[in-house]
Design a protein around this ligand. Sequence first.
Ligand code: NAP
Length: 475
Amino acid sequence: MTVATLIPVAYLIAAITFILGLKGLSSPTTAVQGNRIAAAGMLIAVIATFFSQDVNGGLPVILAGILVGGAAGFYGARVVKMTAMPQMVALFNGAGGGAAALVAILEFARELATGRPPDLGVSVTTLLALIIGAVSFSGSAVAFGKLQGLITPKAFRYAGQQLVTGGIAAATVVLSLVLVAAAITGTITVDPILLIAAITILALVFGVALVMPIGGADMPVVISLLNAYTGLAVAMAGFTLANQLLVVAGTLVGASGTILTRLMSKAMNRSLANVLFGAFGAATAAGAAGPAAGDDGRSIRSIGPEDAAILLSYAQNVIVVPGYGLAVAQAQHSVRELADLLESKGINVKYAIHPVAGRMPGHMNVLLAEANVPYDKLFDMDQINPEFQRADVALVIGANDVTNPAARSNPGSPIYGMPILDVDKAQNIIVIKRSMKPGFAGIDNDLYLDPKTAMLFGDAKDAVGKVVQELKKAA
Ligand code: NAP
């Protein structure tokens, strides 16, 4: 048995670990282990590749690349804040798409160096890797810029935009067909280097044109979609290089990215087309003061930490509803402390997790896990919704849209039909947020005008900390 025959075996083992890893990631209890299994598989794959003949004399460059990329990735992942995770994913994703595009360009260069027109099969898959990879690279770069505030997160729109974007896509397809025709006929009439350069530039511009009109708030869904594109590009690069592992890994990424994109759109009750071409995330009304009173004369009721502590300490069942504001404030540890205190008084505490609470799927689960909140206290929307009517207090911390009853009752609301947590059914509701400003969807929340609702204004970490102090004082 030679080393060369062992490489496919190593790739097969790696492919199996990727599938097991994904399976592990489907539950919080097995997620860390799943991640480790997949990482170990990746290590096996990388080591096996070193023994491949294709590597030739390129080992020093590859090692240098791994060192620089690995160090940057390790450092970035260590220091990134949970709220900045979407842009981190955008960066990693863009790097994957860019790598697939570079592989495609190098493969074209290798083919062209032979002096013969490119082979048809190779041309098609290489072209797809180039185009999809380049779109994913530039699209992810724009998504990163919007989320990081480097470019305006607002939707960038102009008259005739769809025509221009469509024109860029059409030009890319036409030039690609010219290249494919050359591969079929065996004759090249246009300089192939120019052709490939033009296709690359057009695909890069298309990625920018695709993401610029989408509002910053919708970026997580876009990133998930681009992630699926990257998977596809990598799978295509796998076909070009005749590397089965790349095909498997790319397909897994493509499929999981597509499923995630669907789940996110579904949880927001919006079609993907609406996310890509609609206006929901386009203009969040940042800065709007929101109503202090409803049209029907209802007004908001504000309480202090002391009253909140009293309300909580008389409760039997408390449901904590975490949202984006909890993540921004990094209030997870204070929340855990509050729950511990309540539980020490014999009060039942559960957490209600909406599928799109926060800005990333699983955002709340990861945050609460970081503060060692036991997994069995976290409940999905469908599990917890029937329990709200039995809850003495629903404690909403930095969550807004995912609690908005308008999603159930107001057909005119932009979020009508979005599944929500039935917080309004609880006996009492305490909402912790800093102001009456709206959340992600930029709309007012009727829950705040509910006579059962008391607003505790303040930064989530600060406000929860003060309630904890009050509870300790009373103990
Ligand atoms: P949200 O509707 O955006 O509301 C968050 C609230 O937190 C805001 O109203 C804000 O009010 C408050 N807040 C911000 N900073 C705070 C702080 N330091 N302390 C206390 N409160 C603070 O968030 P959500 O209820 O979690 O809903 C998530 C939204 O994101 C949904 O509309 C969902 O569709 C969307 N989304 C989610 C995902 C995902 O995968 N999770 C992806 C894309 C979009 P103040 O400014 O008054 O404090």
